[in-house]
Design a protein around this ligand. Sequence first.
Ligand SMILES: Cc1ncc(COP(=O)(O)O)c(C=O)c1O
Length: 451
Amino acid sequence: MAEKDHPDHIDRADLTFCRNEFPALNQTVNGHPVVFLDGPGGTQVPSSVAQAVSEYLLSHNANTHGAFRTSHESDAIIERARAAMAALFGCTPSEVAFGQNMSTLNFALSRALGRTIKPGDEVVVTDLDHEANRSPWEALAEKGAVVKSVKVNTADCTLDMEDFAAKITPRTRLVAVGWASNAVGTINDVAAVAKMAHAVGAAVMVDAVHYAPHEAMDVKAVDCDFLICSAYKFFGPHIGVLYGKREAFDRLGTYKVRPQEDHSPFKIETGTLNHEGIAGAGAAVDFIAWLGRRSGGGEGAGSLASEPAESPATSPTTAVATVPTTSAAVPSRRDVLAGMEAIEGYEKPLARRLQEGFSAIPGVRVYGLPPAGHRTPTVSITVSGKSPEEVAAYLASKGVFVWNGDFYASTLVERLGLAASGGLVRFGLAPYNTAGEIEYTLEQVAAASRA
Ligand SMILES: Cc1ncc(COP(=O)(O)O)c(C=O)c1O
């Protein structure tokens, strides 16, 4: 969302109250409270999500479509989670499919699309993307497809949109683009990409893994054909979730076992799914909706904000303490949007302070767009004279958990000339991070640069 569009309530969003929901935040290392800035690799999980997973396993565990109670409950829990994810995407539940993770779902997509690829057909990927949105499409070269990769402007880590336009031709069958870069935070204009692709009849696959935890999604406004994200990046368990536009999904010839239903969303859901993970994914969306209500947006705006500590595990509308079944209300799109807007409004100023603070430390180089640019709260740096691994290890000893390396954004890191030197050190914010943690992290990075 552009800064000018912010509703008032997100400018005042203070989400520090949500820290109580994350037991993992109470850990220490060498006497230092742990600062979790590893969110782009996977966030921490609120108690309500862990409860949903364990309640599923302890009380409702069964395979689907049986004649007995726990099987009925499993069906209901999965369909409820589908509806919750639809509220996050802005689509209908029948357009939501679950899978092992983003990479595996994307390979399933590319294998399905590959059945119709003819030699000389073209697919377009980008240099900015995670390899999970490149390798599955590059594999179509085995079918004779010509794979083109859009250039990245290395000065600010944005996509070269002129190059994008030039690479999409009447032979293009598929365009794969990330909504946001997991390495440097750039947010791409995926709606503009979808428009260019559709103008030549190509399908569009959006990797929303890094975008989904930070800003609201509206798949219909973007008009992508497919979009995949991973619940473990937004407070959920380790599963992947796919949106497939009804018409595009119905056309897709997926590989499936014969008895499996041949329509969306089931046609891509091979075998028995991770039911407990799906229950947890639904609870993760409940958690986002709860953040929206607690921060003064969504349904009941202005009332819940002033109420004392309603918890997602006890909320009457989310009823997460007992795993949601058909009787529990699906989180509303309005609450989910309010939650995402609150997250964005809370994370952005913290990220700005972090980025500006880094820029003031001698020897630290920050990559990507400036703080006011359209970017996620993920900031990557290098420190002169220190390898990214050394910096990450130093910070870990002080309780600051960050990732180093290329994070599978391997092509970008090669284009930045950082592959041989170990890539980047990445700091990713989540709603449970605090201003105090940011100041502490800046002090520790300054110390690491002098060490
Ligand atoms: C932007 C992006 N795309 C794709 C992936 C792969 O996701 P998964 O682990 O669900 O396969 C990741 C994982 O870090 C990512 O950050």
